[in-house]
Design a protein around this ligand. Structure first.
Ligand code: 13P
Ligand code: SF4
Length: 307
């Protein structure tokens, strides 16, 4: 972009404003590479929640989607939390609504209500405990209840249910449109094209795809797996923003996407221009009412305490 006839250097302006605002920038692994490179912390949903709960900066600029910025606000209500791309939502998070959840809770009063962190603050306020994909199994095992009402991601829920067969699961019918579009045909074609590669998949993928994977995990767990495993080739079953860290950490290895254009459109809404404008104008601030923060913080804090 040109401002006053001069090409704008977003990177140095962002770094300057960041100091001025006493801000930290956090970015999810699905963000564009240049956003990841300017961030103070890049991570999966769990790491970013933990980081936001502990930072001493006055402002958190969240390069991700809306529910993630809300979680940062819930965990640090005294801080200003900004979401540069205010229309970056998560279709899966929007698949759960409070009215239907209350009906389901009334139908299964003995069940512990476990919500994936990909939910609105209003849903988190109705739940017993949150989870991310990296600790969903631990969260479920930590609960005394036999029945688990798991929402909104049915695929993640089914993956965890197989690992914890002693519990009874009630699933919500939610899914991630980006991951749920994976099919066994994608796996067949990728395996044929790259017979020596190992397949790493996110648990938001459908069960029949997850069943064919060599490794299943959160974005960070996939990065750790590919980095620590001796193999030289990997097929990646999650959003392609993850390639940025995979290439940086593994210069001698090859990564192939499980499907063409594996993109979460909402994660790609953040740009350097929006990040700059967000810090310049202190927009777009996440505002939540005190009662929602109080209730939702219980379920997020419980998640952070699970060992
Ligand atoms: P993780 O980074 O926790 O694996 O989450 C993936 C995701 O879909 C976030 O919306
Ligand atoms: Fe939501 Fe899927 Fe995008 Fe994650 S990848 S933000 S779950 S739509």
């Amino acid at each position: 972009m040109i401002e006053s006839g001069v090409q704008m250097d977003y990177r140095s302006e962002i770094l300057r404003l960041k100091e001025e605002r006493d801000a930290c920038i956090v970015a999810h692994f699905y963000q564009d590479g240049e956003i990841q490179d300017i961030a103070d912390k890049v991570g999966d949903s769990f790491d970013l929640s933990r980081y936001c709960a502990s930072t001493d900066k006055k402002t958190i600029v969240f390069c991700g989607v809306h529910f993630m910025a809300e979680s940062a606000k819930i965990l640090s209500p005294e801080k200003t939390v900004l979401l540069p791309a205010i229309d970056a939502g998560c279709p899966m998070a929007d698949m759960a609504n409070v009215e239907d959840l209350r009906k389901l809770k009334a139908k299964y009063p003995e069940a512990a209500v476990v919500c994936y962190v990909n939910t609105t603050a209003a849903i988190k306020a109705e739940c017993d405990i949150c989870c991310t994909s990296s600790i969903a199994e631990k969260v479920v095992r930590s609960l005394p209840n036999k029945q688990i009402l798991f929402l909104p991601d049915r695929n993640l829920g089914q993956y965890i249910a197989k690992k914890v067969p002693e519990k009874e699961f009630i699933f919500w019918a939610g899914f991630c449109p980006t991951h749920n579009a994976l099919t066994t045909m994608h796996v067949k074609e990728a395996r044929e094209a790259h017979p020596d590669a190992l397949l790493a998949v996110h648990p938001e993928a459908p069960p029949e795809v997850v069943d064919l994977a060599d490794f299943v995990g959160s974005t960070k767990q996939i990065i750790d797996y590919c980095t620590q495993t001796n193999a030289k080739e990997f097929i990646i079953g999650t959003e392609e923003g993850i390639l940025h860290q995979l290439h940086k950490l593994n210069p001698g290895k090859n990564f192939y996407m499980l499907r063409y254009r594996f993109i979460c459109p909402n994660m790609k809404k953040t740009t350097m221009e929006l990040l700059y404008e967000s810090l310049r104008d202190m927009k777009h601030e996440i505002i939540l009412d005190e009662e929602t923060i109080r209730k939702a913080s219980l379920s997020l804090e419980r998640m952070l305490q699970v060992k």
